[in-house]
Design a protein around this ligand. Structure first.
Ligand code: HEC
Length: 161
């Protein structure tokens, strides 16, 4: 093909090409980093959603689904030591260091606490009490049942009052 014909052919191919010739993938219909997320479709339910409880009154009648196996009690003990003992004391009988400048946390073996349902204890851990702050952050529902089992173990170890 002579150079002249090649130029003519190229000119012909390009004629009418008003398209964007950029070939990188930046210019495309896509979701960019930090774009606002798409709103959820109406009536959609988040993955892993459970019943929406709002206070410990809603959870009072729940039945503990996590039996107190040695592993569960060990998990409960570990969380108790890190999250609850600053207020309720290492043994759970009150007098933790935070109780010196916060409404004192009670002995968890008190008769009133023994008489609570498992669901009420789970609700207290989840939503807090009158003074106790909610403890659900970072804990799964199962972790909180493990704590209920551990509180029952504390009560079992101490003489009834
Ligand atoms: C910041 C201090 C604080 C922390 C942390 C805390 N509590 Fe409490 N807790 C309290 C106080 C104060 C009360 C008593 C007043 C109330 O009901 O809020 C209480 C009450 C309770 C009760 C008795 C509720 C009732 O009315 O029968 C239970 C059970 C309990 N806490 C368990 C826990 C467990 C389990 C944890 C750890 C996950 C925990 N608490 C962490 C301060 C604390």
């Amino acid at each position: 093909m002579s150079p002249r014909r090649r130029t003519a052919l190229l000119a012909l191919l390009c004629a009418g090409c008003s398209n964007d010739w950029r070939t990188d993938m930046w210019y495309q219909p896509s979701v960019r980093a930090e774009d606002a997320p798409r709103p959820e479709p109406e009536r959609s339910v988040p993955l892993g959603a459970g019943p929406a409880y709002e206070s410990r009154d809603d959870t009072e009648a729940l039945v503990n689904p996590v039996p107190p196996s040695p592993e569960v009690l060990e998990r409960g003990r570990a969380i108790f030591l890190s999250r609850c003992s600053p207020c309720h004391g290492r043994e759970g009988h009150g007098g933790g260091p935070v109780s010196k400048f916060f409404p004192p946390a009670p002995d968890l073996a008190y008769a009133t606490v023994r008489a609570r349902s498992d669901g009420f204890l789970w609700g207290t851990i989840t939503f807090g009490g009158r003074a106790m702050p909610p403890q659900r952050e970072g804990l799964t529902a199962r972790d909180r049942w493990a704590l209920v089992d551990y509180v029952r173990a504390i009560q079992g170890r101490s003489p009834s009052r």
